[in-house]
Design a protein around this ligand. Structure first.
Ligand code: UDP
Length: 366
């Protein structure tokens, strides 16, 4: 950190959506807040970049769609961004054909070449051969690539993120409150952090030594293991590698995300970012598009962490690091310092953006 923080009432370490929400709340509660961000820019993995050649907003760390069913969360973010009403659809390539996810009538009828009605779906899927065929086509290969292990070794809650329906509703999320900020995610973060009581310092890492010298509350959303110098070994993550390409066609795949569910295709999905902003007519019509192939990868210390890997081992390790937080807080009780951890990295939880905001809105401030 290496900076005098005496004139601040609180420190927020990590300027992703959890940290930025906390910083805003602190400032609105009258606290002088110092935001320290390790990277060169705020926004965490929601960070975007405008492609200079095409004007397309590229989601640098993969597609991010804001979606929620929590009115308080929507109300909060809507103070800082107007959303464009985009409703996310995901298509899946399998066996040379393209299908609409999630698991619903559109996919089932097309894949099995049947004509089921809504009330017939349950019985059809109760047939083990049918459900196995569907699972093997759309989940087995994708999940093995994504997590580096077969689906049987993955916590079922992960696959259950994908809705199962007996209708033709092909919206990927069940949440009706949905969209992309009209002027981009970076502006959302700029507005969140634009407050006279907020000071942002990028390229600043908050360390355990800083914690020892700090007498104000610290809201930390960096990796928990890194804060404690990996003393019990690193928490396991899954990482991603992206390959970006500008293609000389107006429309590469006709939609924002296509999943490639077969194990033999090395990437999991292709993002085509211009489709997130159908309201930008000129960008849509321009004869170029930006696509990004997403390759899951094993995580090694130093790589970008994307997904926590939930397992008995990682839960035990997480318990040890959480106990360190409690011990530190107990030892520093009465000093004014208190460590609160959150966000995907700090909590080691597979949070969507709205769940991070919800958690940040619920943190008691001192
Ligand atoms: N999944 C799959 N096939 C798909 C889409 C998802 O097997 O076509 C599984 C996979 O295990 C993935 C999980 O469902 O990790 C959750 O998918 P989601 O689209 O929510 O992943 P995210 O966008 O958060 O990476």
């Amino acid at each position: 950190m290496g900076r005098n923080t005496e004139k601040f009432d609180a420190i927020v370490a990590g300027a992703g959506i959890w940290g930025a929400t906390i910083a805003r709340r602190l400032a609105e509660a009258g606290k002088r807040t110092m935001v320290l961000e390790k990277r060169a820019a705020v926004g965490g993995n929601v960070r975007c970049e405008t492609d200079p050649g095409t004007g397309i907003e590229v989601h640098v760390y993969g597609s991010h769609i804001f979606h929620t069913h929590i009115p308080e969360v929507w109300e909060f973010v809507s103070r800082f961004a107007a959303f464009n009403g985009y409703q996310h659809k995901v298509l899946a390539r399998y066996g040379g054909k393209t299908y609409f996810l999630p698991l619903g009538l559109a996919l089932i009828n097309a894949f099995f070449n049947v004509d089921l009605k809504p009330l017939e779906v349950q019985l059809f899927m109760a047939n083990e051969a049918n459900s196995k065929a569907l699972f093997d086509a759309f989940f087995r290969g994708y999940t093995s690539k994504q997590w580096g292990r077969p689906p049987e070794e993955i916590d079922p809650s992960i696959i259950k993120r994908v809705p199962v329906r007996s209708s033709y509703d092909v919206n990927y999320f069940n949440d009706t409150l949905q969209g992309i900020p009209l002027d981009g995610y970076n502006s959302l973060f700029e507005r969140l952090l634009d407050h006279p009581l907020v000071t942002v310092k990028c390229n600043s890492v908050f360390t355990l030594d800083d914690a020892e010298k700090t007498d104000v509350p610290v809201y930390y959303s960096g990796p928990l293991d890194a804060l404690f110098k990996n003393r019990f070994g690193p928490l396991p993550w899954r990482s991603l590698r992206f390959e970006r390409e500008t293609v000389d066609v107006a429309d590469f795949q006709g939609t924002s995300v296509v999943n490639y569910t077969e194990a033999k295709v090395p990437f999991t999905r292709i993002h085509e970012f211009k489709h997130y902003h159908p309201e930008k007519k000129e960008v849509m019509a321009a004869p170029k598009t930006v696509i990004m192939r997403e390759y899951p990868s094993e995580w090694h210390p130093g790589d970008e962490p994307y997904y926590p890997v939930d397992s008995a081992d990682s839960r035990e390790l997480l318990g040890k690091y959480r106990a360190e937080v409690d011990a530190l807080n107990a030892r520093r009780a009465g000093s004014g310092f208190r460590l609160v951890v959150g966000g995907r990295l700090g909590s080691y939880r597979y949070f969507d953006m709205d769940k991070s905001v919800e958690a940040a809105l619920a943190v008691p401030l001192e």
